[in-house]
Design a protein around this ligand. Structure first.
Ligand code: GLN
Length: 535
């Protein structure tokens, strides 16, 4: 059958969870064994997310194919349990650069190049070429930003045009505020939003309502009236304990049946085994048996979205171990003064995640030392692994002044140094060591037993690496080199000999899924449970 399309749009404001709705729609269709893929439109003029600040924009997500994409791709992959590709991310930057290149080559000779039809055609062509190449049953297109923004207006216009000769269903997400004093759900902002949507020439077939409490009957009726749909097509997306429960809540409101009907594929049977597996894991998130406290020591703590994949990997590994993982976000700069031990006291495990630049790194090193000396389960991810090596060099190998050359280019012992082939690189976009990289895990190590595999593949995003000139000294002083790249001789995993401490140059959190948690995270949580029981 020719592919069907669902376009997800957001009204009023960002941050309503459009990515979670898009992912849940895909998961519902996946329960019906349909081949579903996402496409994300982002209006910004950056080519990709690689040069953005995670503190402002949230985490930069990396795919196997080296693409640096919007963090929504993390959500899509975690729900779909599928590895996606960078061509599914269509940004304003990519579109304009393609269009202008074409114009320079004479692709539009004699014409004046315009948003409509040239840019909108470019968008439509991209969608058609994805459909042709990947052959999905359903393509779910999420339009970033909100209806009414200048940035995404050409995407919305392209979808209006596209819908005139393809099977397209529009789903729109809106927000229902509730005024505490009056205690009433207000639909006026949504009414204004629907008017904007109508001006763009689009009629939604389903409206999803974000709200604090459940959507009341009266509210549903009003929303239905103003958006020209039946009341049963107004779906409740009120606050819940976990977003992973959303597909199940949607199904209980027959969102799946409505979608299948709109797409003209009703009558399919749901794969109850898949559905039940999802339900059973989700129930472990909602009511687990035990609890542990894990400290995350990083520097972008105010915006938790900077570490979205890490947070989710801990939810996955918590569910896997049937424990609630209580996260404590600790700003590393706060650990730079004396007395920092008190802040770490009582934790059952510590993670130092990835990051860039010097700020806060001495606090991270203090946290790593604390974990090592107090036998606290520890995980170092990318920068966390590099600082684990620095800490070990300084405090266990007597290499005073050891550091990463990123933090101190004149350090006496550069135990972490720039990757050789990175030295000549001057441009910043897409030039780090990126994407899926192979690693061989050494026999008898915790890393190998966590993965139960000799050769693994995890995603990377870095410019610095373990300096092999210090490898022998560090090994002689007890550091375990647990994993190396099969060809490049790069150290990818290090471990402490005693206790549980693993550092990896990779970002295993990027490949963690609810149905397939990242192995070293599951292991960390199991170790944290064990250490909490011993206290
Ligand atoms: N800043 C370090 C590097 O470039 C670590 C990067 C990261 O943690 N992703 O190598």
């Amino acid at each position: 059958m020719p592919p069907k399309y669902i376009v997800v749009l957001g009204l009023l404001m960002s941050g309503l969870g459009k990515g979670a709705v898009t992912s849940s729609i895909m998961k519902m269709l996946d329960f019906y064994d349909l081949k579903v893929l996402p496409v994300k439109f982002d209006g910004y003029l950056n080519y990709d997310c690689g040069t953005m600040n995670p503190y402002r924009h949230g985490e930069v997500f990396v795919l196997d194919d080296k693409s640096e994409v919007d963090m929504d791709f993390g959500l899509y992959e975690r729900f779909l349990n599928k590895n996606l590709t960078g061509d599914l991310s269509i940004t304003g930057g990519k579109l304009f650069s393609k269009l202008i290149n074409k114009e320079r080559k004479g692709g539009f000779l004699g014409e004046d190049v315009q948003i409509i039809p040239h840019l909108t055609n470019e968008i439509i062509d991209s969608i058609e070429s994805i459909s042709k190449k990947k052959n999905p049953d359903v393509l779910v297109i999420e339009v970033g930003g909100t209806v009414g923004d200048i940035e995404n207006s050409y995407f919305i216009e392209a979808m209006r045009q596209f819908a005139t000769n393809h099977d397209v269903t529009f789903v729109c997400l809106t927000y229902i505020p509730e005024l505490a004093v009056v205690g009433e759900q207000k639909t006026k902002p949504s009414q204004i939003g629907f008017r904007q949507l109508q001006q763009a020439g689009i009629t939604p077939s389903i409206v999803v309502c974000r709200s604090k409490g459940p959507i009341e009957e009266k509210t549903k009726q009003k929303i239905a009236l103003f958006s020209n749909i039946h009341k049963d097509r107004v779906i409740d997306d009120s606050d819940d304990y976990t977003i992973y429960n959303l597909p199940i809540r949607f199904i209980s409101q027959k969102f799946d049946t409505l979608l299948l009907r709109d797409l003209g594929i009703e009558g399919r049977r749901i794969n109850s085994q898949k559905l039940n597996e999802w339900k059973s894991i989700t129930s472990k998130i909602i009511s687990p048996k035990k609890e542990v406290r894990i400290g995350i020591v990083g520097k972008y703590m105010l915006l938790k979205d900077s570490y979205a994949s890490l947070r989710e990997a801990l939810i996955h590994s918590g569910a896997f171990n049937n424990v609630r993982v209580n996260l404590e976000w600790i700003e590393s700069e706060e650990l730079e003064s004396s007395g920092h031990e008190a802040r770490l006291n009582g934790l059952n495990g510590i993670i130092v995640p990835g990051g860039f630049g010097k700020r806060g790194t001495e606090g991270m090193i203090n946290a790593i030392r604390y974990a090592r000396e107090n036998s606290l389960p520890f995980l170092g991810l990318c920068l966390g692994m590099q600082l684990m090596a620095v800490e070990y060099a300084r405090n266990a190998c007597g290499l005073k002044g050891a550091n990463s050359s990123e933090m101190d280019p004149r350090a006496k012992h550069k135990v972490i140094d720039i990757i050789e082939w990175q030295r000549g690189i001057r441009t910043k976009g897409g030039t780090m060591r990126l994407g899926a990289q192979k690693c061989i895990l050494a026999k008898g190590t915790n890393s190998r037993s966590a993965y139960s595999k000799r050769i693994i593949e995890e995603r990377h995003r870095h410019r610095y690496e373990f300096n092999n000139r210090y490898r022998r000294t560090m090994e002689q002083n007890g550091l375990v080199i647990a994993g190396t790249h099969p060809k490049d001789n790069l150290v990818e995993f290090i471990e402490w000999k005693t206790g549980f401490g693993i550092g990896t140059q990779a970002h295993p959190e990027l490949k963690s899924r609810l149905e397939r948690p990242a192995p070293i995270f599951s292991r960390l949580i199991a170790e944290a449970v064990r250490s909490s029981a011993g206290k």
